[in-house]
Design a protein around this ligand. Sequence first.
Ligand SMILES: C[S@@+](CC[C@H](N)C(=O)[O-])C[C@H]1O[C@@H](n2cnc3c(N)ncnc32)[C@H](O)[C@@H]1O
Length: 223
Amino acid sequence: MSGRTRDCSDTLEPEMTPAEQAFLRDLIRRENFSGTHLEIGTAAGGSLCSMMSCFHDDARPRFVVVDRMNYFPRQKDIVCQNLEQHGLSPAAVDFRESSSATAFHAAAAQQERFDFMLIDACHKILAVMADLRWMRLLNVGGIACFHDYATKFPGVKLSVDRLLARYNNYEIVGQADSLLAIRKTAICRSGEISLADNAYGMAMVIPLTIERKLKKWNLRKSA
Ligand SMILES: C[S@@+](CC[C@H](N)C(=O)[O-])C[C@H]1O[C@@H](n2cnc3c(N)ncnc32)[C@H](O)[C@@H]1O
């Protein structure tokens, strides 16, 4: 359990800018998917509440949340409190309290499919590469959103850019600040994220670690 506190554990707000939140809500309302919605990485559930509130109670699709629930103390309780404060029942959410990798294997074994995904968990390159395997479970026509798609988070940026460059079954729907939305246009028979993609991720770990340490060091020097 992380002892670290996060602002969102007090504010219960999404860890997103106002422009990102508005973009996400507009997208969910416009697409109005009836299939399962998935959030990987929920923090205090701010974006979850915002997404679920886009639907009337009697027309809301299933929501699945995957999170290790150790982002701050009592994370799961706080997410449930947030849902209740929004008039949403925690029982309506299918919580999978595990790592994204473990949850992916279980979902793939059950041949689950999703219409909408918000991917916003660990931003390190190998973790994001692993998260991209969830794209195999996205329905054709479905949308995946990636938060922190920005040069400040090279693990997210490089992985998603590689997906878009190497898999031609995706098109960009739009972007607000660091929230990117892409649509799946066809099935990829070989399955998203190959051994070569993982090898690329591994090759980038050391350069990205050095870059991160240098940035920290420069910041400390200039403080
Ligand atoms: C940046 S926060 C998510 C913010 C949230 N989507 C929002 O908009 O408010 C990252 C979340 O991902 C979770 N997380 C990080 N790595 C994970 C992993 N490998 N598997 C599952 N959850 C993970 C953390 O516990 C945390 O709740």
